[in-house]
Design a protein around this ligand. Structure first.
Ligand SMILES: [Ca+2]
Ligand SMILES: [Ca+2]
Length: 169
């Protein structure tokens, strides 16, 4: 009996962090976010977090609705038991589809993001607008934990963070 050759499907994990092709994510199957609730139009959406950010931690928000969101009265926190741990800067609005970055450090927020932590944004009505929970290693040095595609997708680890720019693998 001759040896049979089977085609072995090699499972390649593409480490394409340098790719900047941008608009190529629409073929991806979008699963419901495992680490965050689905975005709610009209409420601010957390789009990306960098828990090992340089020179400081930061998070990026976006607006999946069709009207600008005024951040007056919005707060953010790493402890949902204390919703108003930090306020957004006065006069900040986020246009539909805009990607806006806020620093999270002792000066700007009074806290920083830990490697195994969560971030929640509360609306002026005191309700959670969005929140995300990450584990050790999911937001590595130089990388981030981000919705792909922007505003809608589940959070995944990006090896290269994209502050103020569209999230890509
Ligand atoms: Ca940190
Ligand atoms: Ca981004």
């Amino acid at each position: 009996m001759s040896g049979r050759h089977h085609l072995v499907a090699a499972c390649l994990v593409a480490a394409c962090s340098g790719a900047r092709s941008g608009d190529d994510f629409d073929a991806a199957v979008v699963e419901p976010p495992a680490d965050a609730a689905p975005p709610i139009p009209g409420r601010l959406t957390i789009n990306e977090i960098a828990a090992a950010g340089e020179p400081a931690d930061w998070f990026e928000v976006t607006n999946v609705g069709s009207d600008a969101i005024d951040l007056a009265g919005y707060t953010f926190t790493d402890d949902p038991a204390i919703p108003d741990q930090a306020l957004f800067p006065d006069g900040t609005t986020v246009a539909p589809g805009e990607l806006r970055v806020f620093w999270v450090d002792d000066d700007e927020a009074g806290f920083a993001l830990g490697s195994d932590e969560e971030l929640a944004v509360f609306g002026p009505d005191g309700q959670v607008a969005d929140s995300v929970d990450w584990d050790e290693g999911e937001s590595p040095d130089g990388g981030s934990f981000a919705r792909v595609p922007d505003g809608q997708g589940a959070f995944i680890t990006l090896e290269v963070s994209t502050p103020g720019e569209p999230n890509g693998p």
